[in-house]
Design a protein around this ligand. Sequence first.
Ligand code: SAM
Length: 278
Amino acid sequence: MLDNLPSLSETVRIHGLAANKKLGQHFLLDMNITDKIARLALPLDNVSVAEIGPGPGGLTRSLINAGAKSVLAIEMDERFLPALDDISRASGNRLSVHHGDALKVNISEKLEGEIKIIANLPYNVGTKMLINWLTADPHFWTQAVLMFQKEVAERLVAGPGDPAYGRLAVLAQSVCDCKMAFDVPARCFSPPPKVDSAVVVLDPLPEDQRFKDLKLLGELTQAAFGQRRKMLRKSLKPFAKKHGLVLEDWLENSGVEPTQRPEEITPLQFHSLSENFL
Ligand code: SAM
């Protein structure tokens, strides 16, 4: 269907799409990789996809080719709009493009039915966008397949005891099952960024297993991981005082040893701590 379009490299050349580093622009022009990302989200035939930062449209083409019912591509840089319009026409209008800052777009208002978020995210705002989607109320998406710089991807999937384990892992794993899919070395991008990337698949937990009070959880994990090396009996003292809790009783009731450090505490234990307000 999209076979008549110029290749991605041609598209970049024809439209003079030099990368703008300020907008985190590093393009994937190898469609073997973008096809592999799209395949992680199959089946897509009944799905409305939100793609953030399509750039010249490599992943966008792969999503259309993979059979997505529709794709909403949100792109801040207007230079890409003509190339994206070409894809839209060739796809029989299954692609619509929103020109603007994805941080300001309410995806759930723009799409109907089952929604998946699939993107090679701009590094500078990727984590912020993810936190917005994780904490969205009501939760509006059924899967997210996202490329981040590798260090962020590792922080999402890390478990207790892992050096990358911290606030982001606890938040993400309180809402989703998070899996590392595959690495994408820096040399696969044009221009290559300084660091490697990785694709993560986030599958929301069943509604009744999803932890709800994410604001309180955020406050708790900030108190705990803000002093990562300290034992919880020390780092959580101000938090306990603020909330009128007897520190030792609260920790014991939540199944947490006062001498433990935050990196040893599982997401479930953090949930107990958030719930066991005596
Ligand atoms: N998806 C393309 C690819 O894989 O080749 C481009 C990925 S590039 C890492 C990130 C893209 O996000 C760029 O096209 C950039 O212009 C866009 N972008 C950056 N900040 C954005 C924002 N706040 N909202 C929407 N798009 C943004």
